[in-house]
Ligand binder design. Structure first.
Ligand code: AMP
Length: 216
């Protein structure tokens, strides 16, 4: 099964992609996480993309397409994958179609997370994650049980994404509207776009996704 999760920053794609990975045994391919791993490792690629990512702009199609081409050729993607954060532009979507066609394969569904943008700004600006185990929290909606201590692993060190700051958040939404939203029409025309209510609580979003998957 090959799925794409499409929606603006903070719409819950990452949370749901992790659950899909667990339930259906297909890997989550999160291009934002892959790029952040490059910046943390200090690789040449990481150094090239860090300031672009911090500003909230998109990294070039060339870099992203090469990254996904390598990733989906790996063994664990044999039975499919869930794409989280890719494609984000029409040229990326076209490149993905070509890659899949070369392997006589195609997408099964594109799930559009329908959300209210003003609420997302609040969701993003309070996010933080445990530096040790990656568990995610929010200052207002999901604080650790004991302030300053991770519920999962007990670590006291947390990170905030540099692009979860107000200026970068605005740039990320603008990039979404300008470069990514046209994909909705691209996939609608192909008849594979399915809408999901991204404002429901996390478990209800999961249930809605599972119902859509059962129908494909
Ligand atoms: P995310 O974690 O998905 O919010 O991605 C974080 C940042 O990584 C984005 O704001 C972009 O700078 C970059 N990025 C991730 N995926 C892509 C993509 N498919 N195309 C271009 N840039 C991307």
């Amino acid at each position: 099964m090959k799925l794409i999760l499409l929606g603006p920053p903070g719409s819950g794609k990452g949370t749901q992609a992790k659950r899909i990975e667990q339930t259906y045994g297909i890997p989550q391919l999160a291009t934002g996480d892959m790029l952040r791993a490059e910046t943390t490792s200090g690789s040449a690629l990481g150094r090239r993309v860090k300031s672009i990512m911090d500003s909230g702009e998109l990294v070039s199609d060339e870099i992203l397409v090469a990254m996904i081409r390598d990733r989906i050729a790996q063994r664990d993607c044999r039975d499919g994958f869930v794409l989280d954060g890719f494609p984000r532009t029409v040229p990326q979507a076209e490149a993905l179609d070509r890659m899949l066609a070369e392997n006589n394969s195609r997408l099964d569904a594109v799930l559009e997370f329908v959300v209210d943008e003003p609420d997302l700004i609040g969701r993003l600006s309070g996010r933080f994650t445990c530096r040790n185990c990656g568990a995610s929290y929010h200052e207002l909606y999901n604080r650790p049980k004991v302030d300053g201590v991770c519920d999962m692993c007990g670590s006291r060190e947390f990170d905030r994404r540099p692009d979860d700051q107000p200026d970068a958040i605005r740039t990320r939404f603008a990039a979404y509207r300008r470069q990514t939203e046209p994909l909705l029409n691209y996939y609608k025309k192909r008849g594979i776009l399915q809408k999901i209510n991204g404002m429901a609580d996390i478990d209800n979003v999961t249930r809605e996704i599972e119902a859509v998957i059962a129908g494909i």
